[in-house]
Design a protein around this ligand. Structure first.
Ligand SMILES: Nc1ncnc2c1ncn2[C@@H]1O[C@H](COP(=O)(O)OP(=O)(O)OP(=O)(O)O)[C@@H](O)[C@H]1O
Ligand SMILES: Nc1nc2c(ncn2[C@@H]2O[C@H](COP(=O)(O)O)[C@@H](O)[C@H]2O)c(=O)[nH]1
Length: 295
């Protein structure tokens, strides 16, 4: 029988070798020699380096995915931080594979995805509607919201109006590219599949969302162009909000509080467009797209 000291040394040598093997797998993913999907598929008992790799290490080795994004992806996929690739359940593995396949495809042309954000009543909806009406090749994303419809708003055109239970279901099912609670009131989210489908077909896509959503989209699509729409002045912004007349005084006040916060964050955006004139602002936004359909 070997003395315990010999076993201990052999054990620690094996642990060091296993760590080195996992580090090599991570290097291969980071350098692009192997895709994370290939490593996932190789994670069998015959390949202990792949099987004993933590899922967080697998995802975290993908270029551009840092620890924060990795933690969020893991949580969205319902995988605990300590899970190893070889220990994934069937459903977890399927979800992870789908995520990795989608990620592989996700190299979009800069400007194919444009995000239009800005303070309440600056005219985001008006400028987006102008683009939708004059540039039919651009897909204007239709969001889901828990907000009740305003007079004249059309289901499936302005928004998909859903209740809280349906919004919860859509989050659970991973149907949103991003979602946020806006103005501390209702929830809004961008359905993912029309966007990925349009991008895969080479179309340009426009999202009209709030600033929290814009930040999330940038995480997923670093190539997206983020545009901040500005009013000609604060007084004009207030005039547009009150002139629209769709919110009561309390809601207007709440929106103006958010507006001040959003204006303070405008430097995070790639482009700033002043909406003095709808047609000019729309043209400036469309010019950021790879081609200007409808020209
Ligand atoms: N360039 C413009 N000049 C004058 N009025 C404008 C201009 N653009 C938009 N408006 C008006 O401003 C009001 C607010 O516009 P809109 O509803 O499009 O804003 P929004 O940014 O989408 O607002 P919210 O974020 O609150 O949904 C509307 O009454 C619209 O007609
Ligand atoms: N994060 C997201 N924000 C969205 C989305 N769709 C719309 N919005 C933003 O919400 C506010 C309020 O809109 P309103 O129609 O109630 O006036 C506005 O800033 C929109 O841009 C979305 O899918 N995600």
């Amino acid at each position: 029988m070997k003395p315990p000291e010999v076993d201990r040394i052999a054990g620690s040598r094996a642990a060091v070798a296993a760590r080195r093997a996992r580090a090599e797998v991570k290097r291969q993913i980071a350098s692009g020699e192997r895709t994370a999907g290939e490593v996932l598929d190789a994670a069998t008992p015959e390949n202990p380096a792949e099987a004993t790799l933590r899922v967080s290490e697998l995802i975290g080795s993908i270029p551009w995915l840092g620890p924060t994004r990795t933690a969020r992806i893991m949580s969205e996929l319902g995988i605990s931080p300590s899970k190893r690739v070889g220990g994934l359940g069937v459903h977890q593995k399927k979800r992870l594979r789908e995520f990795l396949v989608e990620r592989q495809k996700r190299k979009i042309e800069p400007g194919a995805l444009v995000v239009l954000a800005g303070p309440t009543a600056v005219g985001k909806g008006t400028v987006s509607a102008h683009i939708r009406d004059h540039h039919p090749d651009v897909l204007l994303s239709v969001s889901a919201t828990t907000r009740p419809p305003r007079p004249g708003e059309i289901e499936g055109v302005t928004y998909y109006f859903v209740d809280d239970a349906e919004f919860d279901r859509m989050i659970e099912a991973g149907e949103f590219l991003e979602w946020a609670r806006v103005h501390n009131a209702y929830r809004y989210g961008t359905p993912r599949s029309p966007i990925t489908q349009a991008l895969a077909e080479g179309k340009s896509v426009l999202l009209e969302i709030d600033i929290q959503g814009a930040r999330q989209v940038r995480e997923v699509f670093p190539e997206a162009r983020l545009v901040f729409l500005l009013p000609p002045s604060w007084d004009e912004l207030v005039r547009r909000l009150t002139g629209r007349g769709t919110e009561d005084q309390d809601e207007q006040d709440r929106r103006l509080v958010t507006a001040r916060e959003e204006l303070a964050a405008q430097d995070e955006f790639d482009y700033r467009v002043v909406n003095s004139d709808v047609e000019t602002a729309a043209r400036e936004v469309v010019d950021l797209m790879p081609t200007s359909p409808g020209d």
